[in-house]
Design a protein around this ligand. Sequence first.
Ligand SMILES: Cc1cc2nc3c(=O)[nH]c(=O)nc-3n(C[C@H](O)[C@H](O)[C@H](O)COP(=O)(O)O)c2cc1C
Ligand code: SF4
Ligand code: SF4
Length: 262
Amino acid sequence: MILYFSGTGNSLSVARTLAEETGDSLCHMADALPPAGNPGTGEAPVMMPARVIGLVFPVYYNDVPDAVKEFLDKVRFDPSSYIYAAVTCGGSAGNTLSNLDRILQRRGCRLSYGRPFFMIANSTATWKRQVTYDYGRLETARREARNMAAAVRSRTTDRSALRRSLTATVMGSSLSRALMKGFLQPSVNPSACVHCGICVRVCPNHNITEREGRIVLGSHCTQCLACAHWCPHGGIAVHGRVIPKETRYHHPDISLQDMFRR
Ligand SMILES: Cc1cc2nc3c(=O)[nH]c(=O)nc-3n(C[C@H](O)[C@H](O)[C@H](O)COP(=O)(O)O)c2cc1C
Ligand code: SF4
Ligand code: SF4
């Protein structure tokens, strides 16, 4: 079972290649949990029955995204499971894999194999006016995902990418995260919004609603930037600035339909 989280499609594209090459099933992390408020589900962690688990998600602030940490809080894996992870990023995965391993170890499991995928940073366009994306990196990532799948099929154990760095520890500290989070805060740009509802459907956290004809962002934003990049009309600003149309990004193999949440 491959569990993924993705805002602009990089992680979904890697997860898809892994699923195609391993024959394993693909599931959005949110879809692996019972619907919120389902009677009888209570707060007990959900046991994931699969013995081979792939975790695929983006790097946020050199670390595991809060949304993924929250997901991991709600599930349990069999300690004998073979768990591997592919984390996608723009250029620095920091301590993400080793932090993920720590989270798993607190639950009696461990990461058998992990590797970063250097793709395209979806955050750069929020502050840089001119950004040129190197789409060649996506082809490299596809090739590397195929190699990873071959290693997963033979149940390779390789923890060499689970390194830690002091810079990443400082960058991932609560203080620097709090500062950075302010720069990636989405908000509605009412003058451009045409109420098409796309952002409501792509938000992985169900944090966007339409109320009395207005688009409203709630307080459960994981800052994935899906709304800002997928809105075709510039209806979402990030730190008060709309990402110019030509620098809005999503992985070219991933469609809007692929991103729609149930
Ligand atoms: C909130 C946030 C924080 C990010 N932090 C990092 C980072 O620390 N290092 C990095 O290389 N890229 C960082 N990025 C870029 C993403 O990791 C990268 O674009 C990723 O592939 C996006 O995956 P997705 O398309 O599946 O959402 C960040 C992006 C966001 C939205
Ligand atoms: S996707 Fe953009 S235009 Fe459509 S409802 Fe959301 S903010 Fe408005
Ligand atoms: S509001 Fe936008 S940035 Fe925040 S979680 Fe939803 S889609 Fe992602």
